[in-house]
Design a protein around this ligand. Structure first.
Ligand code: MRU
Length: 344
């Protein structure tokens, strides 16, 4: 069965204009933003209108291109890179993509700054699309060999979050194309409900059978054999394989280990950061208290309650059964297997 991407796309570029699907309004309404320059793209990234590690890299790359189309100068290049890199700290794809565009611009002459930025952004976008398809195929091979049918996932890792059809969700889609009976259990993913609002929306459009659970239900369901594997995306993979992903991922990894259920991480090699030695060195984004104090805009705690709101947590490599990338699969996950992937 060919599933495709269900017509889902979060970033459109027509050669001049960037359009970003405002994910904060999904699933209620589909509104497209048309940022004028780097500051608008940075603002959209900061409030998660565009989100997911690969997609914030792609959007930021186009953000530099937009800025240089309006103001083609080295000063504008530096300002654009700075504002975009500062918009979110944890997903390495953001700084990685911006640095790639910066380098392409610095290698170009002053009169070709804007076209160099546009060209590099399009290359990054096309490469992430291709990476998504390749990791989907490799991950599905791994799961087919082990007879996996029901996958538990966290946050949103589909076409809304990446180029192509997704990372972890891309693997699930490819699996569903290959074998009958695939089903996805999606965790709602408090506080911003990317699982409930976005993953359930994507799975519905894709026609893949699924069920939504509250995050706290995952461990008990895994212990009762409700899923054959857990598969999640990643925002930064350190050189030793420790992986930062949406907060709550670490709990699922612990629960999967306790239940002897394989725990897979899927992501493009652009999410591997060889310059970060281990998980302890990954900067974890702390977000506003309001995200915890409210649910869909309605207060759920006494106003002013002190809050701790890390957007990500780190799963140690020792809890990750396999790291699926477009270049291959690292299993077991270690400094050696990650270095081998990067060298391939
Ligand atoms: O805060 P978000 O929604 O950008 O967090 C996204 C995630 O944690 C995803 O799992 C990760 O970026 C991988 S997306 C392929």
């Amino acid at each position: 069965m060919a599933i495709g991407v269900g017509g889902i796309q979060a970033i459109r570029w027509d050669g001049r204009r960037l359009s970003l699907l405002d994910q904060t309004l999904l699933p209620g309404s589909e509104v497209w933003l048309t940022p004028a320059g780097a500051a608008d793209v940075a603002e959209a990234i900061g409030r998660l209108a565009v989100r997911g590690a690969p997609n914030i890299g792609i959007a930021a790359a186009y953000g530099v291109a937009l800025e240089l189309s309006a103001r083609p100068s080295l000063g504008a290049l530096e300002e654009a890179c700075d504002v975009l890199i500062a918009s979110r700290p944890t997903a390495v794809n953001l700084a990685w993509a911006v640095e790639r565009v910066r380098a392409a611009c610095l290698g170009a002459g002053p009169s070709t700054l804007a076209s160099a930025a546009r060209g590099e952004a399009q290359k990054i976008h096309a490469a992430e699309d291709a990476a998504s398809l390749a990791m989907g195929a490799l991950g599905a091979d791994w799961l087919v060999e082990r007879g996996v049918r029901t996958l538990l996932t966290h946050c949103n890792t589909g076409a809304l979050a990446t180029g192509g059809r997704g990372s972890a969700l891309g693997v699930a889609i490819t699996l569903a194309e290959r074998v009958e009976g695939v089903r996805v259990i999606a965790c709602e993913t408090r506080p911003l409900l990317q699982g409930a609002r976005l993953t359930a929306w994507e799975l519905d459009r894709l026609g893949i059978p699924h069920a939504l659970i509250v995050d706290g239900a995952a461990a008990g369901l895994l212990a009762r054999g409700a899923a054959d594997a857990v598969i999640v995306g990643c925002d930064r993979v350190a050189a030793n394989g420790d992986t930062a992903n949406k907060v709550g991922t670490y709990s699922h990894a612990l629960a999967a280990a306790a239940a002897s259920v394989p725990f897979l991480v899927a992501g493009p090699t652009s999410t591997i950061d060889a310059s970060t030695p281990d998980g302890a060195a990954i900067v974890i984004e702390e977000r506003a208290a309001d995200e915890v104090l409210t649910l869909a805009g309605v207060g759920v705690a006494p106003p002013g309650t002190p809050v701790i709101n890390p957007a990500f947590d780190v799963t140690p490599a020792s809890l990750i059964t396999a790291l699926v990338t477009e270049r291959g699969i690292a299993a077991p996950v270690s400094a050696e297997s990650v270095a081998e992937l990067l060298a391939s």
